[in-house]
Write a protein that binds this ligand. Structure first.
Ligand code: C2O
Ligand code: CU
Ligand code: CU
Length: 492
């Protein structure tokens, strides 16, 4: 039964259902045998004035320190806001920029009231450095992260991952970019300097000068969404551009919100990379569905703009689930402030991606992520993988190091989108059946998040890392993750 049918049947309007209260509502759902029926509470985005200039995070190298702390900052268009940061007076953290092969030394201090840790999303590093949910750094304590990055150029990122506090701490401001460069990418001479932009897109719920994290039962079902969309911590910013090609690298750092990234003039742009670095060749598209945790490396050509022309990065409407994609909104503005002649030509060949095929795979594993039997237990929401809620005392899968396996995420009967992510591994997406029914052009190459929309079954082929130890995989909707949609696997 679909939501609308239910509303019709019940004779309630959507608003009155919310007035009735979530628990009454959930009881009603259960009586009607609709375990996890999604009651999408739409959190509408409120656009700002697009007048604050976009800023880039500071850049640090392989040896640095990070301090998780309370951060009060001023967000133009919103006011003074209390949140969290890895630096004083600012949300987010600096961008860590290294060359492939380098060893990273980060002195990390936890000055939060809660325990936390850091997960290096997309990096294949030893398990004791990976920010496993059990490796908590208590309030007031510190930890030295020390590991070597032995992988290709790409846009990775870091964020907290301690059991039970991940979603809250990310939402309140803890995250940062982690860029790996290598000689292959260097040789392409992609737009750089002021023509390379990093953009982390995040929606925030801000009330009374605080980034408020107190998800209702409905928020826990759908994932928490906010009314303000920030880019690098700025609300509805503007970026001045020359009439030339820009490299724009985007991270969806939101807890739950999916964006259907496009340009307001509907022009097409080139995807040159995603989660795990460059694609083999550019893909021309005019929209990209980007889920939490996913990254995009784009070349956007502003050469058809005239002086003072404006174009917006927007999120278009899309279908899939009841709580997302129902609204079109603008995220940031580009404004041409200088007319130039652009000499950059995008190479037709960017990289070589050795395709993984099922014949290389030593095992196939199936994961039911439909959450058909999700329910309320002890008055909280639970999400599951294979009907199991996360438990750190259970090892769900055991994998041989450095091997290749086929993993299938089955959301065919699900009603919610689930962006599935693995630690300690990277993968290629082999196929999608149901729903959109296809592998999307921006999903080629190396990935570490695979978006499974309602109705979809997504098959990925995974290259596991070489370090033995305990890792996790989970839905990157952080409310789903925190409410149990995570599992533990051991590489041995
Ligand atoms: Cu960015 Cu375990 O995730
Ligand atoms: Cu990760
Ligand atoms: Cu999910």
């Amino acid at each position: 039964m679909k939501r609308l049918d239910f509303i019709r049947l019940s004779g309630y309007s959507v608003t009155s259902l919310f007035l009735v209260g979530t628990s009454t509502f959930l009881n009603a759902c259960r009586k009607m045998g609709m375990g996890n029926m999604m009651m999408g509470q739409l959190v509408l985005v409120t656009e700002g004035s697009f007048s604050e200039v976009l800023t880039m995070p500071d850049i640090v190298g392989n040896t640095s320190s990070l301090t998780a702390q309370k951060a009060s900052c001023k967000i133009a268009g919103i006011g003074n806001v209390n949140g969290l940061g890895y630096q004083a007076q600012k949300l987010l953290g600096p961008t860590i920029k290294i060359n492939s092969g380098e060893t990273v030394n980060i002195n990390f201090d936890n000055q939060l009231d809660d325990s936390t840790n850091i997960h290096w999303h997309g990096l294949k590093i030893p398990s004791n450095m990976d920010g496993h949910p059990d490796n908590k750094i208590q309030s007031g304590n510190s930890f030295k992260y020390n590991y070597t990055v032995d992988q290709r150029a790409g846009l990775y990122f870091y964020h907290p991952h301690a059991m039970g506090t991940t979603a809250k701490q990310v939402f309140q401001g803890l995250a940062g970019f982690f860029i790996v460069n290598d000689v292959e990418e260097q040789a392409l001479n992609l737009p750089s300097g002021s023509k390379e932009l990093l953009c982390v897109i995040q929606d925030k719920r801000i009330e009374g000068g605080n980034i408020v994290y107190s998800p209702s039962m409905t928020d826990q079902m759908t994932g928490l969404m906010g009314q303000f969309v920030l880019v690098n911590g700025s609300y509805s910013p503007v970026q001045m551009v020359e009439t030339s090609k820009y490299r724009i690298r985007i991270l969806n750092g939101s807890n739950a919100r999916i964006y259907n990234i496009a340009l307001s003039d509907s022009s097409s742009f080139s995807v040159i990379g995603n989660d795990g670095g460059l694609l083999s060749s550019p893909e021309s598209v005019n929209q990209v569905l980007l889920a939490p945790g996913e990254r995009l490396d784009l070349i956007i050509d502003f050469s058809n703009l005239s002086l003072n022309d404006e174009v917006y990065l927007i999120s278009r409407e899309f279908s899939g689930g009841d709580s997302q994609g129902k609204q079109k909104f603008r995220i940031m503005k580009f404004k041409a402030d200088m007319v130039v002649t652009d000499k950059f030509k995008l190479p037709a060949l960017l990289s070589t991606i050795p395709p993984l095929t099922e014949s290389m795979s030593t095992k196939t594993r199936f994961f039911d992520i439909s959450n058909k039997d999700a329910n309320m237990s002890h008055s909280r929401m639970i999400h599951t993988i294979n009907s199991k809620e996360y438990s750190s005392s259970r090892i769900d899968e055991t994998v041989k190091n450095s091997t290749i396996e086929t993993w299938v995420f089955d959301n065919s009967k699900g009603l919610e989108p689930h962006p599935m992510h693995l630690h300690g591994a990277t993968f290629q997406i082999l196929s999608r059946t149901g729903g959109r029914g296809n592998l999307m052009p921006w999903e080629k190459g190396w990935k570490d998040v695979a978006l499974c929309m309602p109705g979809e079954t997504v098959k990925v082929i995974v290259q596991f890392g070489k370090f033995n130890g305990m890792y996790v995989f989970h839905c990157h909707n952080l409310e789903h993750e925190d409410s149990g949609m995570m599992a533990q696997y051991e590489i041995q």
